[in-house]
Design a protein around this ligand. Structure first.
Ligand code: NAP
Length: 253
């Protein structure tokens, strides 16, 4: 059964490895191409955009894809919307793998924002020391408030100049540990943490570290994604794929 996995997350890579080891499936992992040296799984990988909904429909039809698994990051809302539209048009089954968002617990001090830009605009006028766990796609937004001191954690080095007065780039790939993030925040005397509500284990350390140190978190809530069939674990995706595989009628056989 031909499976297209839309990736860019640790779950997508884990799923790709499980599919590689399962002879029922012939899977391809699709990456946007934002990371310079992505960890590549043992299944086939294609890199780069499809060219909008039309391009994805073409791909799915040309490659005779039976099921699309959207395992993109919860903030990759455009890709997810395209997957919904393309699967409807091509009459192909879609399964979305969506991690549960983080929920505030006692000791958390979260301020909620619906966009990165709104969060940056809400920083105080006076310079403060900000940890950005927003990723490289949000660098432009930081430049709107250049007076702050930023500690910016990204996977790959940043190769363009940044219009910021004070900043320091920390290149690292998760998963991160709470103790290490506590150390990092202490070392850089962080006042406030910027985070997207990504959910999952790999990036939650910064939230736990902020809680431990009593730091406020400016939390960007998840973008809207139209309704679609969702499961919350890699194992549940495999179960759904196995169901589909066992149902010849659904596969048009
Ligand atoms: P996006 O805004 O939803 O998508 C922008 C465009 O990038 C899409 O329209 C598509 O181009 C292309 N694209 C995105 N994901 C793709 C994939 N898996 N395979 C092929 N093309 C893809 O996405 P984004 O927020 O830029 O995220 C890009 C990638 O980084 C995704 O794979 C996502 O899982 C990962 N990521 C994102 C974040 C985040 O905070 N946004 C964090 C961690 C990882 P076409 O229209 O040309 O098909």
């Amino acid at each position: 059964m031909r499976v297209l996995v839309l990736g860019g997350t640790s779950e997508a890579s884990a799923l790709a490895e499980m599919l590689a080891a399962d002879h029922r499936f012939d899977a391809v992992l699709s990456l946007a191409g934002r990371t310079a040296n992505p960890k590549l799984p043992s299944i086939a990988v294609r890199i780069g955009g499809f060219g909008g909904v039309d391009g994805l429909v073409d791909y799915v039809e040309r490659e005779q894809v039976d099921v699309v698994v959207d395992a993109t990051h919860p903030f990759a809302a455009q890709m997810s919307a395209h997957a919904i539209a393309a699967c409807q048009r091509a009459d192909v089954r879609l399964i979305a793998l969506e991690r549960a968002p983080w929920a505030a617990i006692e000791g958390d001090d979260w301020r909620h924002f619906s966009s990165v830009e709104d969060a940056i605009a809400a920083l105080p006028d006076r310079p403060v020391r900000v940890f950005s766990g927003l990723g490289r796609l949000s660098l432009d937004a930081l430049e709107a408030a250049p007076q702050h001191h930023y500690v910016i954690r990204v996977i790959d080095p940043i190769l363009r100049p940044l219009a910021l007065a004070n900043f320091c780039i920390v290149t690292a790939r998760g998963p991160f540990s709470t103790d290490d993030d506590i150390q990092l925040f202490k070392e850089y005397q962080i006042d406030v943490v910027l985070a997207k509500n990504a959910g999952g284990a790999a990036a939650v350390a910064k939230i736990a570290a902020a809680r431990a140190l009593g730091l406020p978190v400016m939390m960007i809530d998840r973008p809207y994604i139209p309704e679609r069939p969702v499961v919350s674990s890699v194992e549940a995706v495999i179960d759904k794929l196995a169901e589909h595989h066992a149902s010849p009628a659904k596969r048009g056989v």
